[in-house]
Design a protein around this ligand. Sequence first.
Ligand code: SF4
Ligand code: SF4
Length: 244
Amino acid sequence: MLIDKEKCIGCEECHPYCPVGAIAAVEWEGRAVSEIDQVECVECGCCYKRSGVCPVDAIYMPKLEWPRSIREPFSNPHIKHPSTTGQGRGTEEMKTNDVTGRFPFGMAGVAVEMGRPGVGTSFRDLQTVAMAIARLGVEFEPNNPVAELMADPKTGKLHEQVLNEKVLSAILEFKIKTEKLREVLVAIKDVSAKIDTVFSLDLISRVYPDGTTPALAIAKDAGFTPRPNTKTNVGLGRPLFKEA
Ligand code: SF4
Ligand code: SF4
């Protein structure tokens, strides 16, 4: 996003709209105007025309070229990802396992939701986490929009060109055998000290016929305090899979 300094009257009305604090007052040709830091701007569109915040219509969006163009779909929920044609940061199937059966007995699903409004995340940080867990044999979700940015899903390495791109949030989604889950969770805990952002951790698991959820005990043993959630589709979610 850019500000046309010729038009800008320096009212600063747009500043609070930016979730990453990228808009600042500057002096330009002897008067106060506003400017957008192009390193920090995640192209979320909150300050843009649709908000109607700028009284003189000085904020505009230039055509975004690759790799900067990936910032917009990861930061603006109204924009579809070109690779998946879906909106949002992850895949909905993580929340509808009762229909898809993506995570069978013996497997756990994990999502590392990196970045949040106010912080954001770079793909360099996302790569740091991806590489720390890839060596443990995780299977990254191919339908997640991060997948097309991976140069090598076996190592978790991303394409070099995207590493400096910053977005509001991106999710690393993968599955892992339950017996390897503890090791993966400990690796995530360890790597959290090496990144410059925040993340939430989601753990998806089947409830076993005896009512237990082994993944919960594993998460506790790995030093996490899980908050169990469940989504019930009250009979509307018809399984599209057969139990193995
Ligand atoms: S597009 Fe979003 S991140 Fe960029 S300046 Fe506007 S509000 Fe801030
Ligand atoms: S709202 Fe418009 S005129 Fe006011 S500081 Fe922002 S860009 Fe400039």
